[in-house]
Design a protein. Sequence first.
Length: 144
Amino acid sequence: MIKIPYYETSYFSFSNFSSHSIKIDGVLYPTVEHAFHAAKFDNEKIKEEIKSAGSPLKAFEIGKKYKPQRRSNWDETKVSVLQKIIAEKVKQHDEVRKALLATGNEEIIEDNPLDDFWGNGKDGNGQNHMGKILMRIRNELQFQ
């Protein structure tokens, strides 16, 4: 089992905050975090404000600020949207792809006590969607 702490570690390249730019649907974002939060909205002005945010944390904060204006289907689509974005990150950055493949067949857990949806939560029994996304992408890479 590989636990990926929520904060900076040797697995930081897997973080949505890592400084790997990502091109999605012809648009270049500074990080996965920027692309993910921009994807929450149909409003082009909000999307541009998020894309132009000076840091991944700022992109997160802007996304939170406009929460009432999110796409109506966001909760149903957010996991598949993040998987698409992370798959592009892995495809576009060799070092991320190599690091992911180097995890072998180990279980990947986002060790985040503050988030029981994306991470494992404070009791370790969270849904770990981030870890599951990484493992699905790794599995696809192993069979290419």
